[in-house]
Design a protein around this ligand. Structure first.
Ligand code: NAD
Length: 251
């Protein structure tokens, strides 16, 4: 498919999970793709690996400039890098709050700030942020993570307003619990991983976790020419978790 031919994309956190599936799908559809990640050692051609910590402004500026140089510009930015945090408002130190907000929120600020000059040069400029169901639903044990994703949601709307007249669209996806290495790590640390997986499956009305490829398909739609009239929206890929209210099974 050539929908993305001649388009150049940067995907942060593109070495694993949702980001990796997004980078692969963009490349499959014809885009040239650079993966900006803390550890891009597993990134293979045709993807272009660029190492950077989104918590470090100097690294981000250098990495975005390198990506733009190797791609010949930037049309699409997928702000996907993020980390989790499990606990209530009592459970994290100030340092932990600063760290998660620094990566999940300011990471987007730094990457977008560095990419905007290139996006302004593009005739097809799109930004997609990876937000979360945690931005719109109260989940137990996710105070810090939810605060960070709530900020990503609001930031997406503000960015969409600020840049619409420059021809830059900005949207976000809200995945439910997705079957990625991140969730595998969460399950591995649970007392009873099988019971934890069953509980996560049951929490989503479709009865299963979302796949990384399903989230990638939504990101790629929002990033692509088919979504030329779409900006300032949130696309939930959450197995029905945000919108549905089911009765208990069999009732
Ligand atoms: P993952 O852990 O599989 O992949 C995350 C990638 O981001 C890794 O390659 C990691 O190296 C990179 N990364 C982490 N910190 C970074 C930093 N400081 N600088 C640069 N790169 C960094 O995770 P995933 O499940 O694919 O999650 C990706 C995004 O999706 C995150 O923003 C997450 O909040 C969001 N999300 C995930 C789920 C889920 O259930 N998996 C649900 C909703 C939202």
């Amino acid at each position: 498919m050539s929908e993305f031919r001649d388009l150049r994309a940067v995907v942060t956190g593109g070495a694993s999970g949702i980001g990796r599936a997004t980078a692969d799908l963009l490349a499959e559809r014809g885009a040239k793709v650079a993966v900006l990640d803390l550890d891009p050692s597993g990134v293979r051609e045709p993807l272009i690996p660029v190492r950077a910590d989104v918590a470090d402004d100097g690294q981000v500026r250098a990495a975005v400039a390198e990506a733009a140089g190797r791609l010949g510009g930037i049309d699409i930015l997928v702000n996907n890098a993020g980390i989790g945090a499990v606990g209530t408002i009592e459970d994290h130190t100030d340092e932990q709050w600063h760290q998660v907000l620094d990566i999940n929120v300011l990471g987007i600020v730094r990457t977008t700030r560095a990419a905007l000059p290139y996006l302004r040069e593009s005739a097809h400029a799109a930004i997609v942020n990876t937000c979360s169901i945690a931005a719109t639903a109260g989940l137990p044990q996710r105070a810090l993570y939810s605060a960070s994703k709530g900020a990503v949601h609001s930031l997406t709307l503000a960015m969409a307003a600020d840049h619409v007249r420059e021809g830059i669209r900005v949207n976000c996806v809200n995945p439910g619990t997705a079957d990625t290495p991140w969730v595998a790590r969460l399950l591995a640390s649970a007392d009873d991983p099988e019971a934890e997986r069953a509980a996560l499956n049951a929490r989503q009305p479709l009865g299963r976790l979302v796949s990384a490829e399903e989230v990638a398909a939504a990101i790629v739609y929002l990033a692509g020419p088919s979504a030329a009239s779409v900006t300032g929206t949130t696309l939930a890929v959450d197995g029905g978790m945000a919108g549905l209210r089911l009765r208990p099974p069999g009732k």
